[in-house]
Design a protein around this ligand. Structure first.
Ligand SMILES: [Zn+2]
Ligand SMILES: [Zn+2]
Length: 596
């Protein structure tokens, strides 16, 4: 992989005689794999120069992928001035963290409203697709991308990119979670160790290092790291080469030279092996293959691009904080994120809340944990098999069993909201909406030509679902037709409703893949664990669906089996389900002939 630096400055562009060497443009990076895949990471003012370079080759037929760490100004302000967006035929994909209330597209469009800029995002000539990300792993052509939330006062994702046998990790903007770790008083633990795991073994790490250790104490909570912390982190995580970036606007070339020199003296004194440099605009780094195969993290099984909307209305946060002011502030932050706040005054009320309404997150204070001993933490740990994230409010981050994260006081409203959002989103990514098939318009035309949607139940179809339910010993079986925004059941055995939103549909996955799908236990399947049809009625645990594909090649729906208990499903079962699905298909074909 090749990485070129087009912008290295944090916060605000700083051109001038004192920043000639390291550069004055805000953050932007160009990454290319050996196969030619183009990825742009962050879109500060450096993006303008990159756009001109891309256009110098004619500018037509350009395609690329743009990863946005977060939507603070210094990471997106180059977008309106990126000329390749205005060339018809160019294809760009935007990826960035998903907010709870606004999509990435809406946020990016915000800075191009007429008040700020003469052209809106609707007027881009290129075709642009937006992908809202949560934590997880996905693929961009030949690159495996893994995302992880960083610690910053805006919802921010770090990116780990693996291709050509090499790994590049990008972490901007990020501040250590624990002040003790940040200031070098303690070794890595908890979430700081989690962060180190994310960058482990990187061949190239590009990391926010806006401050020096001397400056850091007056900048706590601003969401940036010190040079000293980043170098130690890189050494700790076996990084080959770390590039310090997000240079402070006040940092001159001379000052940066001094910082790098001091760091390198420190490396020698400690016998550290990590290579350290400061990002310089225009510099290019060839990242060589380390010969190590991409890691297979446990997160491989689900994709980072997920729809979270349908599940969010179910989400609530349990709050047990004694200080009224702090509790009120947290409650407001929770509600501002569109979630429900459940206040508890005692361990008993917490138990009641948990019994009635599974929370997505618990926020408790340090005082509470001390007063009631381990009682409250024990109660919380019993929820979701110990998977419920618990954020503890305290003046300082410590090591404590059962605590997932810390909210240090005093905190700003946006900081609290970011933290809440990150934890709730981490949860909701255990649910994936099926993509829309490429031939969707033709598929819908074919389905609608049957004139069957919203018709009465018919014995010739009900007979099949009855047999299916009995044959496989499941309480529910349906003949599902996948309409534009819903799944509708021509026949349903054992279920009350006759339709569900398409977002939640299991069958939509079968229709998209045009292959049978078996989910042995939805609760332990990352694609469905948080699906509304799993969390709520009909509480699906087992699913087996076979596609119903008409003669014209369009897959209009499925024959599927459902149960509220997990099931195994053998090859022979699948063959029988196939036979029944083919009978369903024949009935639909017959319907076509009847109507012709
Ligand atoms: Zn920044
Ligand atoms: Zn920022």
């Amino acid at each position: 992989m090749q990485v070129r630096f087009w912008g290295t400055r944090g916060s605000i562009p700083k051109p001038g005689p004192t920043t000639i060497h390291y550069g004055g443009n805000t953050l932007c990076h160009e990454l290319r794999t050996a196969r030619g895949t183009l990825v742009i990471i962050d879109c500060g003012t450096g993006l303008h120069g990159l756009g001109l370079k891309l256009l110098s080759g004619g500018g037509h037929g350009l395609a690329g992928h743009i990863l946005i760490s977060h939507t603070h100004w210094d990471h997106i302000q180059g977008i309106p001035f990126f000329a390749p967006f205005f060339v018809p035929g160019n294809k760009w994909n935007f990826y960035g963290p998903k907010g709870l209330n606004q999509s990435l597209r809406e946020t990016l469009a915000g800075q191009m409203q007429h008040t700020y800029f003469p052209i809106t995002t609707d007027e881009f000539g290129a075709s642009i697709r937006y992908h809202d990300l949560v934590e997880g792993t996905f693929e961009i052509d030949d690159i495996k991308v893994t995302t992880q939330y960083l610690n910053h006062p805006a919802l921010t994702l770090g990116y780990r990119l693996e291709a050509d046998g090499a790994t590049v990790v990008y972490c901007c903007d990020h501040e250590p979670f624990s002040r003790d770790v940040a200031e070098g008083h303690r070794e890595f633990f908890g979430l700081d160790q989690h962060h180190a795991d994310f960058i482990q073994g990187a061949d190239l790490l590009i990391h926010d290092a806006q401050y020096t250790a001397a400056e850091y104490p007056s900048k706590i909570g601003w969401g940036h790291s010190s040079t000293e912390f980043v170098v130690k982190l890189a050494q700790h995580a076996d990084v080959k080469h770390v590039v310090l970036t997000h240079h402070d606007p006040l940092r001159t070339d001379g000052a940066l030279d001094g910082i790098v020199e001091e760091v390198r003296d420190g490396l020698k004194a400690n016998h550290w092996t990590v290579l350290v440099s400061a990002a310089a605009e225009g510099a290019m780094i060839e990242v060589k293959s380390s010969g190590i195969l991409p890691s297979r993290s446990s997160r491989d099984e689900f994709r980072a691009t997920a729809s979270i909307k349908p599940a969010l209305s179910h989400r609530s946060v349990l709050i047990k904080v004694a200080d009224v002011k702090v509790a009120t502030a947290i409650g407001e932050a929770v509600r501002a994120e569109g979630l429900r706040a459940n206040f508890c005054s005692s361990v008993e009320t917490a138990r009641m809340v948990i019994a009635q309404d599974t929370p997505s997150l618990a926020i408790i204070d340090h005082a509470v944990a001390d007063d009631d001993g381990k009682a409250i933490l024990d109660v919380l740990q019993a929820v979701k098999g110990g998977e419920l994230p618990v954020v503890m409010v305290a003046t300082r981050v410590q090591e404590k069993e059962g605590v997932t994260d810390w909210l240090t006081t005093p905190f700003t409203d946006s900081y609290a909201r970011t933290k809440i959002r990150a934890w709730v989103l981490r949860e909701t990514c255990r649910f994936i909406r099926a993509p829309i098939p490429e031939n969707e318009p033709a598929r819908l035309t074919s389905l609608r030509a049957l004139n069957i949607l919203d018709t009465e139940p018919e014995e010739r179809f009900d007979r099949i679902t009855r047999v299916a339910a009995a044959l496989f010993n499941v309480p529910m079986a349906t003949i599902t037709l996948l309409d534009e925004n819903r799944q509708w059941f021509k026949s349903c055995q054992g279920t009350a409703g006759r339709e569900d939103p398409r977002d939640a549909s299991f069958c939509a996955h079968v229709v998209y893949n045009r292959e049978p799908m078996v989910v042995v236990d939805a609760l332990s399947d990352e694609r469905f664990a948080d699906n509304p049809l799993v969390l709520g009625g009909p509480r699906i645990r087992f699913y087996a669906g076979y596609p119903v594909t008409l003669d014209d090649g369009n897959c209009i729906g499925t024959l599927c089996l459902l149960d509220t208990r997990p099931h195994t499903f053998e090859e022979s079962d699948l063959r029988q389900l196939r036979d029944l699905a083919l009978i369903v298909t024949e009935q639909f074909q017959a319907l076509k002939v009847e109507q012709a």
